[in-house]
Design a protein around this ligand. Structure first.
Ligand code: FES
Length: 132
């Protein structure tokens, strides 16, 4: 797995997202309260840009009129037709085993981490890194 610098940490504050291109792939990186998630920036339905979607939480109901809300900021809604995707997995909410967008492993690290992969660098990271 190769590591690629995608952005500086300061470019994606909590609650924000950034669309980047890495090795010819369009990827949108979301920062959810300091956790980073990367998805292919194209909806599997008809290609809507997930980077332009509204980020919401999960609304579930065990029975009519009894709703619960959880996982705020972890679901993105495609701006074209409203399909919703889990930022953690890329899976759709309505048919997670059939419809999903590719998710990428995202980490925060330093440039030294890229140059000397066998050395474990534990300094506080400055860059958002995509693992392809
Ligand atoms: S293109 Fe995303 S829901 Fe249709």
């Amino acid at each position: 797995m190769a590591k690629h610098i995608a952005a500086k940490v300061m470019d994606i504050p909590p609650g924000e997202r950034l669309s980047v291109e890495v090795q010819g792939r369009k990827i949108v990186i979301f920062n959810v309260a300091g956790e980073y998630f990367g998805l292919r920036d194209a909806c599997p339905h008809m290609g809507g840009l997930l980077s332009e979607g509204v980020v919401i939480g999960l609304v579930e109901a065990d029975r009519p009129g009894c709703y619960s809300y959880s996982r705020g900021g972890e679901i993105v809604r495609c701006p074209w037709h409203g399909w919703e995707f889990d930022l953690r997995t890329g899976k759709s909410r309505f048919d997670p085993n059939r419809w999903k967008t590719h998710s990428y492993d995202i980490e925060v690290g330093d440039v030294q981490q890229l140059e000397v992969e066998t050395v474990d660098v534990t300094t506080e990271g400055e860059f958002v890194i995509v693992n392809l």
